[in-house]
Ligand binder design. Structure first.
Ligand code: SF4
Length: 698
């Protein structure tokens, strides 16, 4: 019977940072269906992606052999190019030839122009071990710290604020702690869409009496369970949060004992917010002073309260300031370090936490140890038996600028798709086209791979063993369930083969050996061995002993700063980089849909998901549609200072007037053609959540 599975393999979902555990049910090495398992973050639940998102490993357009660009074929997106028929632009090659060409182009550029001429993007879709190897290759082979990944487009600003204020970039408590909280603030996030199984925990908590407070310009499904919603004016976050701090200070709602015991700088914060009364800030925020007061009081007077945030907070030029405000709220009210309290930036990709921990970041080594610190470098130099560059590397958007400037000439991109995910795509794609040598390692001929000189066919998540770390700091093990198709290879093997051609002499035979090396360089992995992961499936870091569970809630006694204290970091409200005006009167915001993942390379190849959401749509408030004289489904053109796209409209009651939402997964109407590349100065994250645009009938 072709519908009855002949074996099961336990693993973890490859999509979002919730990290749901699942079981593949296979027949003849094909995934028949997937079931949720009783993992700590999902309790048997899965969302639609975790259930139906597994057509991609065996999709007909899957890359199964290395490819080399044919001579004379221009680089760039060609509207006639068919990713399922890549041989019009590329020719097949043996692994030996492809690896020699891939590494040869990079080593030649390094020899002629020096280490700073190369850069690499690793992937939050790959395992911790693959991330570790990739950053090690860039630092020890390429010879610079020019290595980054999509955290730069995601929570880099949150991490910058958390590192500055509390000394650690990870969450202080898991999202399961929401069930013990009296008040939960959700701001700049839409968990039902982006962290669907985490949303079920919030919903259950609300049903049991937790007061949910949803603070976001857009409405959302969890609004139905909310005690209060604040739909503020886009871009006015810092004004709103400072007004809440003003209430907490002026009404004496802060926790002086906690502040005295655990923090520094509260007096300066008090003085700083003194003028930012709800009455002064409310006109900027589009909500009433009384609503601001109510929310501040609810949060400050709760016995246990948590704050969760997403990219509505982080993806602004003031993203770090947004996160600083949220941290100040928690510190002022003593809402960290106890069950049911905490700060939790909801991580996006399945392994963005782990890839960041493992060092795919240009200014820090693994475990966020600064590359500029001589002691840190010396420890890694000893571990890797090499010399390391002391200069922090360039970030994602800076690397694109450096290509235009002629500084960066060659790149190795593993599993990321900047030709869809970077802001101001025309500019980013022009940079990719300008590269003298580009190696792309992926499952498909993605938009980025269309710019490559060499394409290396990689492994899909169900085809490999590896660990990943979810938003809760839970390190979990994924297991190989099916063979690699054709001549595709494990990612760790490919990175190692490139490293060997940089004379690095690596000799790993399995990811478990890489994990053992990671444990030597990453204190966060103390007491979490590969064998333990095989046995237990999931272990939370930090973990105090080989036989003890990890810490779900951290920083009860002290923060991991030099003096054990957290710091308040006052913030000044700033306008968005590109405010709306008469020519561009509407706010464009971008993000994900429930059914599709990031740039769509996996989910648009999943039949059920693609049937549910088959084409690009722009979500617009019904009143806005009427004003434009459009009906739902009519074509709309959206124009910003960087470009235009045309797509269908969807009437969305949850959208505010004056705003349009476009998901960024559709290549045929790529939202990032429109977005603003202006960066937050601390996290270097672009302002994906606010660009001035104009809507016109197509
Ligand atoms: Fe996968 Fe996230 Fe859905 Fe869980 S919630 S099944 S991890 S996409």
């Amino acid at each position: 019977d072709s519908t009855v599975a002949d074996r099961q393999v336990d693993s973890v979902c490859p999509y979002c940072g919730v990290g749901c555990q699942l079981t593949y049910h296979l027949k003849d090495d094909e995934i028949l269906f997937v079931e949720g398992r009783d993992g700590p973050s999902n309790h048997n639940r899965l969302c639609v992606k975790g259930r139906y998102g597994f057509d991609y490993p065996r999709h007909p357009s899957r890359l199964t052999t290395p490819l080399i660009r044919k001579p004379g074929v221009a680089k760039g997106l060609d509207p006639d190019f068919d990713p399922a028929q890549p041989l019009s632009h590329f020719r097949e090659a043996s692994w030996e030839e492809a690896l020699d060409a891939a590494a040869g182009g990079l080593t030649a550029l390094k020899a002629e122009h020096g280490p700073a001429s190369l850069a690499g993007f690793g992937s939050a879709k790959c395992s911790n071990e693959e991330a570790w190897l990739f950053q090690k290759l860039v630092r020890t082979g390429f010879g610079s710290n020019n290595v980054d990944h999509c955290t730069r487009l995601c929570h880099a600003s949150s991490v910058a604020a958390l590192m500055e204020c509390i000394g650690s970039g990870a969450v202080t408590a898991s999202f399961m702690q929401a069930e013990q909280a009296d008040v939960v603030i959700l701001t700049g996030c839409n968990p039902t869409v982006n962290h669907p199984v985490a949303a079920t925990f919030f919903k259950q908590a609300a049903k049991r009496g937790t007061k949910l407070i949803v603070i976001d310009p857009r409405g959302q499904a969890l609004g139905a369970y909310a005690h209060q919603t604040l739909r503020f004016t886009p871009g006015s976050d810092v004004s709103l949060f400072n007004a809440m701090l003003n209430v907490i200070v002026s009404e004496g709602l802060y926790d002086q004992a906690y502040i005295d015991a655990h923090t520094e700088g509260f007096e300066a914060l008090k003085a700083h917010v003194a003028e930012m009364t709800p009455e002064a800030m409310a006109p900027h925020c589009g909500v009433s002073a009384e609503e601001i007061r109510q929310v501040a009081r609810e949060y400050a007077t709760a016995e246990r309260a948590m704050i969760f945030w997403g990219m509505g907070i982080s993806q602004h030029t003031h993203g770090t300031d947004n996160a600083r405000c949220l941290i100040s709220l928690a510190l002022a009210c003593g809402q960290t370090g106890r069950p049911g309290t905490g700060l939790h930036p909801l991580r996006g990709q399945n392994n963005v936490q782990g890839a960041s921990d493992a060092g795919l970041i240009p200014m820090v080594m693994p475990d966020y140890q600064p590359v500029s610190d001589a002691q840190v470098r010396s420890a890694f130099e000893e571990l890797w038996n090499t010399e390391l560059d002391a200069e922090p590397g360039l970030t994602v958007v800076e690397i694109m600028e450096a290509i235009h400037a002629g500084t960066i000439r060659g790149m190795y991109i593993q599993g990321e798709n900047p030709a869809m995910s970077d802001p101001d795509l025309d500019h980013a794609r022009a940079a990719l086209a300008k590269l003298e040598h580009l190696v792309v390692q992926d499952l498909f001929v993605t938009e980025t791979a269309q710019f490559a000189d060499v394409i290396l066919p990689a492994s899909a998540w169900p085809e490999k063993d590896g660990s990943v770390t979810n938003t809760n700091r839970q390190v979990q093990l994924g297991r190989a369930a099916m063979p690699l198709p054709g001549d595709a290879k494990p990612d760790w093997w490919i990175i190692q083969e490139i490293a060997r051609r940089f004379d690095l002499g690596w000799d790993y035979t399995h990811p478990r050996e890489v994990f053992a090396e990671m444990q030597r360089g990453m204190p966060s992995l103390d007491h979490i061995s590969w064998e333990r992961l095989e046995r237990e499936g999931s272990v939370t870091y930090p973990c105090p002993a080989d036989d003890a569970p990890g810490a779900d809630v951290v920083f009860s006694d002290a923060f991991p700063t030099a003096d054990g204290r957290a710091r308040f970091s006052p913030t000044v409200p700033l306008p968005p980089d590109e405010p709306i005006d008469g020519d561009y009167p509407t706010v464009l915001t971008t993000g994900r849909q429930l059914e599709h993942w990031h740039t769509g390379s996996m989910t648009r190849r999943a039949k059920v998901l693609d049937d549910l959401e088959p084409e690009a749509v722009a979500s617009v408030a019904p009143g806005e549609l009427r004003r434009l004289g459009l009906k739902p489904g009519d074509a709309l053109t959206i124009t910003t200072r960087r470009g235009s796209i045309t797509l269908r409209t969807r009437a969305d009651m949850l959208m505010p007037e004056g705003m349009v939402f476009v998901p960024f997964c559709y290549a045929e109407a790529a939202a990032n053609v429109l977005t603003n590349p202006a960066l937050d100065p601390y996290g270097k994250i672009p302002e994906f959540k606010y660009a001035a645009c104009r809507l016109t009938v197509a």
